[in-house]
Design a binder for this molecule. Structure first.
Ligand code: NOJ
Length: 562
């Protein structure tokens, strides 16, 4: 079927934390194959695998040293072919993670590139002379400090928007693009069904490499508009589409930080032949104070009105020319119940409310491993973290620049750190949560005895069962996939409510966003002759909806028919 991805639900697997089949403390590909029946039971259609390619693992695989070989701790190429085959037997498709804004500095292209200025691979990366004895410009790295690193040997700097072990590829070079098309075909010919494209909005660079305006005398490096949406971005994606994607029945989702709905349309308007959908960051940035030297670690409370505005803008503006990806969680984001909800007393209600809010919108929903059982953030000491984003920021901001106190930084990490999402999956209540028999590469979250798959499979009102139901409803109700979206109760600070309409049907989605009781009062006229509760996170939600006293985090979806 064309556009099958519109009807699909995607499940993201972070391989090192999913399931360890050989008990070495590290998740692996065979572990994923062993859990396919679990995923089938959940009802998902597509797995997005975070990178499994050969890598020194500086950024847990987002630093690739060989695109055609599987990282040995995850298994072999044969294991990957088996996973694809077994997934396909169950009607599950596989997306791989295409990380081609940069490679690892241990990739043979970079090893060659570094050797001399006239090496045939020199131009695979972005090399520049020093400016006034310093970096070529004031671009900052997403992982703190400058985005440039100096090479003593050839007396030039190379660009790395991420860690210095992740040099940026030079997409201006046609040979680089041909290499990318080649590796994509390699995997697609093995049966891979598509790609999640890592920071794809950064592949085209502004060739003047201008400095950012200095807006703070204490700040040396900046991250902003020059980091994304460069002048040839869409030309490159069109080339990718013509040379590779158009030849396969596949799905693509681009990670596109810095994009507005207008830009999103450029990526996803079907007439433009680029990608199917992108990940926006706008809703995820709402709890960060913008413009701070401390970046994402400068916390701000979430304002529900802003969240409504952002979601609604994307829902309405992408309209028919484009498609949304719906997500609260992934390997870079903390657990949503801890971030914006209540992860203790109302953990279950809260997890189900967030799921309802997301899955009833128009677009393709993404479930990140553990989200379907309501996994929560962890509170580690700094020594227990693995993520280089956390560790680099700690070094630069807390220890060197002293722009944030240790206490405030740790508080922010406990809310926003990426390792919150990366702790091993909780399968049961045995030691190491059934993830492995050996000590895992990252500590297990201390709440695994209470929150685990085994408990959820055995309980009728579990979060897992709720996700299962939501996913099933999407398959049975075209309105969830195709219906138009309209926000209601726009100014209500506690309740997020919206309508979906399609043919003679309407969905009324009501979510109480906090732990107070809040009264919902319908502010619009709805025509219908039949109505029923489609799904709710309390088992006795009222059937009448003109006025409802909503309980903590209560969410209800009504289906109306004219
Ligand atoms: C985005 C990925 O999701 C993140 O995990 C990674 O660190 C950066 N891109 C760099 O590849």
């Amino acid at each position: 079927m064309k556009d099958w991805w519109k009807k699909s639900v995607v499940y993201q697997v972070y391989p090192r934390s999913f399931y360890d089949s050989n008990n070495d403390g590290m998740g692996d590909i065979k572990g994923i194959t062993l859990k396919l029946d679990y995923l089938k039971e959940l009802g998902i259609d597509v797995i997005w695998l975070s990178p499994v390619f050969d890598s020194p693992q500086d950024d847990n695989g987002y630093d690739i040293s060989d695109y055609k070989r599987i990282y040995h701790e995850f298994g072999s190429n044969e294991d990957m072919y088996e996973l694809i085959e077994e997934a396909h037997k169950r009607d599950i498709k596989i997306l791989m993670d295409l990380v081609v804004n940069h490679t690892s500095d241990e990739h043979k292209w970079f090893v060659e590139s570094k050797k001399s200025k006239d090496n045939p691979y020199r131009d695979y990366y972005i090399w520049k002379d020093p400016k006034d004895g310093k970096e070529p410009n004031n671009y900052g790295s997403y992982f703190s400090g400058s985005a440039w690193d100096y090479d003593e040997n050839t007396k030039q700097y190379y660009l790395h928007l991420f860690s210095k072990k992740q040099p940026d590829l030079n997409w201006e070079n046609e040979k680089v693009r041909d290499e990318v098309w080649d590796l994509m075909k390699f995997w697609m010919d093995k049966g891979v069904d598509g790609w999640r494209l890592d920071v794809i909005s950064s592949i085209s660079k502004f060739q003047d490499f201008k400095d950012y305006e200095v807006t703070n005398p204490n700040q040396k490096y900046y991250i902003g508009d020059y980091h994304t949406n460069g002048p040839r971005l869409h030309e490159f994606l069109k080339e990718m589409n013509t040379k590779v994607l158009s030849k396969y029945d596949c799905m693509t989702v681009g990670e596109a930080p810095g994009s507005t709905p207008q830009e999103a349309k450029l990526f996803t308007d079907p007439d433009r032949n680029e990608l199917n959908m992108i990940f926006t960051f706008e809703h995820m940035d709402l709890d960060t104070k913008q413009g701070s030297i401390n970046g994402k670690w400068e916390l701000k409370d979430l304002n529900l009105l802003e969240l409504k505005k952002v979601f609604s803008k994307w829902q309405v503006q992408l309209g028919d020319k484009g498609w949304n990806s719906l997500y609260f969680a992934n390997h870079d984001q903390p657990r949503i119940v801890s971030r914006w909800g209540n992860d203790t007393v109302y953990r279950k209600e809260c997890a189900k409310m967030f799921a309802t809010l997301l899955h009833m919108q128009k677009g393709t929903p993404y479930v990140y491993q553990g989200e379907e059982i309501g996994m929560v953030n962890c509170k580690f000491d700094i020594k227990d973290y693995n993520d280089l984003e956390i560790l680099n920021a700690y070094k630069h901001l807390v220890k060197e620049e002293k722009t944030i106190s240790e206490e405030d930084f740790l508080k922010a990490v406990h809310i926003k750190g990426r390792d919150n999402a990366r702790t091993p999956m909780h399968w049961d209540d045995s030691k190491y949560a059934g993830f492995s028999k050996e000590e895992p590469w990252l500590k297990v979250n201390s709440r695994y005895k209470e929150i685990n798959v085994k408990n959820d499979l055995n309980s009728e009102d579990s979060i897992f069962k709720y996700y299962q139901k939501l996913i099933k409803l999407r398959k049975e109700n075209d309105i969830i996939v195709y219906g138009d979206y309209k926000l209601i109760l726009e100014e209500d600070e506690n309740i997020y409510a919206y309508l979906r309409t399609y043919n003679d049907e309407t969905l009324l989605v009501i979510c109480n966003f906090n732990e107070e009781e809040n009264t919902f009062k319908l502010d619009t006229n709805l025509e219908y002759s039949e109505s029923k509760v489609l799904i709710s996170n309390y088992n006795d939600s009222p059937t009448e909806f003109d006025e409802i006293k909503l309980r903590p985090f209560e969410s209800i979806v009504y289906k109306l028919k004219k």
